[in-house]
Ligand binder design. Structure first.
Ligand code: 3PG
Length: 394
């Protein structure tokens, strides 16, 4: 794929697909990370003499106009982050959009209404992609986090105009390539979260790519059950035990070492500050549940991390939203942060929950790269081609 460096943008109208699907409460943006991350791309296009027209989705309006999901709600946050005038157009195609683009002064950014207000967006309708293409001269995709969707404004449009990856898209792809493409070995993947069933493809792909796979969170309980260990009232998918055993066998054949909890923190209630004990992983009482990994597990993980060159992380190691069951996630995250700061580890993390957990641990800033993507990060880790990226290559 091409980048902004390969494009002549002087005097061109640049349709820039971004992901500003940001958390919002009562119409106010509560976390502007995704907005801040697109600033370098917008500035670069402006510096090269292009007029920036933003295309984006917000939430899931399912082809209908839903006023609460209007991109008008992010206009002020965008203007603040970009430090320029942002003109809003109430449609992403047709005369309303065309007139706003024509009227915009040099240096203004035009923000078009939610692409998902049109049913053709999610269907990747060629007519909708054509109507968008008619508004501009070139297409730049900076929405890595929406690249797993083959939609009109991601995949369709890239096929109709000269297309390139924006700065954020290029940085995301470079970081992921460094982590799983041709990484420095040993490579460790940390995969946590509640359920094995939602991350089957991920685990299956990783065991053949990484040297160490750390399994944490509720998923680890399913693996303990698969090894004949009783886990009391813990969250575990008992019907996935055979699948877990297959993953263990596949890992062994591929030379990937799987790390499961050695000790665990157990409680009788799923709530913050519930009375708790630390026991061996095989000693969870019948009336208790595992809510976190224990200190011996953390010490073992720190040794694995210290021996590694590359680390990729998705999913918390315990019930990190409930104190003190965030302890293992925090300690492991801080250990990765320390090693990264010291220059001995390249660390990449992604996924909504994961980034929240790393932020809570105060570790996110020291990671080599934090992806803005949730679903797209997972699909990339699963080894799937992302349509929004693939279309940039044609
Ligand atoms: C995200 O928030 O992960 C992206 O914006 C994609 O959103 P979607 O899951 O609604 O397609």
């Amino acid at each position: 794929w091409k980048t902004l460096d390969d494009m002549d943008l002087a005097g061109k109208v640049v349709l820039l697909r971004v992901d500003v699907n940001v958390p919002m409460e009562h119409g106010v943006v509560t976390d502007a990370t995704r907005i801040e991350k697109i600033v370098p791309t917008v500035k670069d296009i402006q510096a090269k003499g292009g007029k920036v027209v933003l295309l984006a989705h917000f939430d899931r309006p399912k082809g209908k106009v839903v006023p609460e999901m209007s991109l008008g709600h992010v206009q002020a946050a965008l203007a603040g982050a970009l430090d320029c005038k942002v003109v809003f157009a109430a449609d992403c195609i047709g005369p309303v959009a065309a007139e706003a683009i024509a009227a915009a002064a040099p240096g203004d950014v035009v923000l078009l209404e939610n692409t998902r207000f049109h049913a053709g967006e999610e269907k990747n309708d060629p007519a909708l992609a054509r109507a968008m293409a008619d508004l501009g001269d070139v297409f730049v995709n900076d929405a890595f986090s929406a690249a797993h969707r083959a939609h009109a404004s991601t995949e369709g449009l890239a096929r109709l105009l000269p297309a390139a990856a924006g700065r954020l898209m290029a940085a995301e792809l470079k970081a992921l390539e460094a982590a799983l493409g041709q990484p420095q070995r040993p490579v460790v993947a940390v995969v946590g979260g509640a359920k094995v069933s939602t991350k089957l493809d991920l685990l299956g792909n990783l065991v053949s790519k990484v040297d160490h796979l750390v399994i944490g969170g509720g998923m680890a309980n399913t693996f303990l059950v698969a090894q004949g260990i009783e886990v009391g009232k813990s969250l575990a998918e008992r019907d996935m035990a055979d699948t877990a055993r297959e993953i263990l066998a596949k890992a062994q054949a591929a030379g990937c070492t799987i790390h499961l909890p050695i000790d665990v923190v157990v409680a009788r209630e799923f709530k913050a500050h519930a009375a708790h004990d630390t026991v061996a992983a095989a000693a969870c009482p019948a009336d208790a549940m595992i809510l976190d990994a224990g200190p011996q597990t953390v010490a073992a993980l720190e040794a694995v991390f210290a021996s590694a060159k590359t680390l990729i992380w998705n999913g918390p190691l315990g019930a990190f939203e409930l104190e003190p069951f965030d302890a293992a996630t925090n300690a492991a995250a801080r250990s990765v942060a320390r090693l990264t700061r010291a220059g001995s580890l390249i660390s990449v993390a992604g996924g909504g929950d994961t980034v929240a957990a790393l932020n809570k641990a105060g570790a996110a800033e020291d990671f080599s790269f934090i992806s803005t993507a949730g679903g797209a990060f997972l699909e990339w880790m699963e080894g799937k081609a992302l349509p929004g990226v693939a279309a940039l290559d044609v």
